[in-house]
Design a protein around this ligand. Structure first.
Ligand code: AP5
Length: 212
């Protein structure tokens, strides 16, 4: 089964993808994590993409496609989080490996801003926390690896607003694209994380190709 999570920044794609991937043993491919790791390791790709992530704009399609398509061709099942994000990316993906289900995370802008200003991440293992809804056991320290948590550079309010604008301009057209292909499922992404997770499982279990 090939699934992609589509939705604005802070809608909970990463949180839910990690949980689904762990429960159903589906490889979770998060473009944002791959890019941030490249930046941290100062790889040639990392050097090329750093300024885009800092500004909250999209990394050019050619870089993303080069990074992702070869990796996906090797996998039978996968769960994509943050890809595709432009019509061009979606069309190239469709030619290579068509997607079975696209889950669209629907959420208000005020919830997004409040979630992202409270988000903290571990710079070492990438685990995500929230100071209101998902706190670490010890203040601002990662439960998994003991590293001090940080605020993601693109989580300041001005950059979050820029990312939302980019989402509306560049990613919104994918809703119509996938709706016409009859693979789009609408998810109410508001509310408690456990409830959202149950909603996702219900959506997926209605699909014949999703096996438990
Ligand atoms: P990326 O890392 O993909 O960022 P994003 O899509 O903006 O999504 P986020 O990671 O901000 O949010 P999320 O929906 O995963 O929410 P999360 O679960 O963390 O991309 C970053 C950048 O990389 C882009 O701006 C771009 O530059 C580049 N990029 C990436 N992919 C690209 C592509 N395909 N093409 C071009 N450029 C690309 O949750 C957010 C917070 O809320 C957390 O604190 C969490 O704990 C909390 N939370 C989650 N669910 C709930 C809930 N139900 N209730 C309460 N709190 C919750």
């Amino acid at each position: 089964m090939r699934i992609t999570f589509l939705g604005p920044p802070g809608s909970g794609k990463g949180t839910q993808a990690e949980r689904l991937s762990n429960e159903f043993k589906i490889p979770h491919i998060a473009t944002g994590d791959i890019l941030r790791n490249s930046i941290r390791k100062d790889t040639p790709i990392g050097k090329r993409v750093k300024s885009y992530l800092e500004k909250g704009t999209l990394v050019p399609d050619d870089i993303i496609l080069e990074l992702l398509l070869a990796k996906l061709e090797e996998l039978e099942n996968f769960l994509l989080d943050g890809f595709p994000r432009t019509l061009h990316q979606a069309e190239r993906l469709e030619k290579t490996i068509p997607i079975d289900i696209v889950v669209l995370f629907q959420i208000s802008e005020s919830t997004i801003i409040s979630r992202l200003t409270q988000r903290r991440i571990c710079p070492s293992c990438s685990k995500v926390y929230n100071l209101t809804t998902d706190q670490p056991k010890v203040n601002e320290i990662c439960d998994k690896c003991g590293t001090s948590l940080i605020i993601r550079e693109d989580d300041c309010e001005a950059t979050v607003r820029k990312r939302l604008k980019v989402y509306k301009e560049e990613t919104f057209p994918l809703i119509e694209y996938y709706s016409k292909k009859c693979v789009l499922k609408y998810l109410d992404a508001e509310g408690d994380s456990n409830i959202v997770y149950q909603r996702i499982k219900q959506l997926l279990l209605k699909n014949d190709s999703f096996e438990v």
